[in-house]
Design a protein around this ligand. Sequence first.
Ligand code: MG
Length: 272
Amino acid sequence: MRIVRFSIDGNVAFGAVEGDPLPASGGGTPSGTEGLVVDIMKGVPFADFELSGTKIPLDKVRLLSPVLPNKVVAIGRNYAAHAAELGHEVPDAPWAFFKPSTSVIGPRDPIVYPSFSSEVHHEAELAVVISRLCRDVPRERVKDVILGYTCANDVTARDTQRTEKQWARAKGFDSSCPLGPWIETSLDLEAAGDLAITATVNGELRQAGRTRQMLNSIEDLIVNITEAMTLLPGDVLLTGTPAGVGPLLPGDEVAVTIEGIGTLTNKVISRG
Ligand code: MG
């Protein structure tokens, strides 16, 4: 199931997307919404819910970030080739940091260039959405705490990341965490562990990798994080980015595509 959160006529609801995206006119990547309908959900995806049977074309609604996480836990340097491109060693253990809830935006929402940076980078990442309150999750139970997967962009002020010891501003500014377009719930851990992941900017390929290149697997990361903290329903884990990160400028359109999930597209705008 592909779970979306959306607004229509001022109301916000979850829904399940049906149909297959049509190719964009003239070929290329699918537009993302053409040919799709959303069946409105009664309830929320973290508890018992049913589908109402009331269906709306997806291009008639405004897609929102598929969850409103209490926290986004992100992992640095989880792909060796990305660590190398920034001139870093691979860490011995996962390096976790937070992106605040206020950094989250949805599909098509603008990434607003922060005033303090002149070097903002894209980072395409697989995002894991947590289904239930959990702590000290053993490896064999990891699959039971995952609702599904979505695309993320760990947008980073690279210049600020270099000059400030903590990454709260560099990776936590408003609009630095696009998520979407939906939560794909049909992938198991094995499938999620080997998906193609790409980032394009204005249609030009910048990043291309596979999730099997992660140094720490999804299981490793959830065990590691829940040793330290409780994860809540809707919390999001960003699993690191493959090589090829690079600059974004106002006016650019950045798209993160993950095989079996979909495409998350956002435009970059100037502040003010
Ligand atoms: Mg990252």
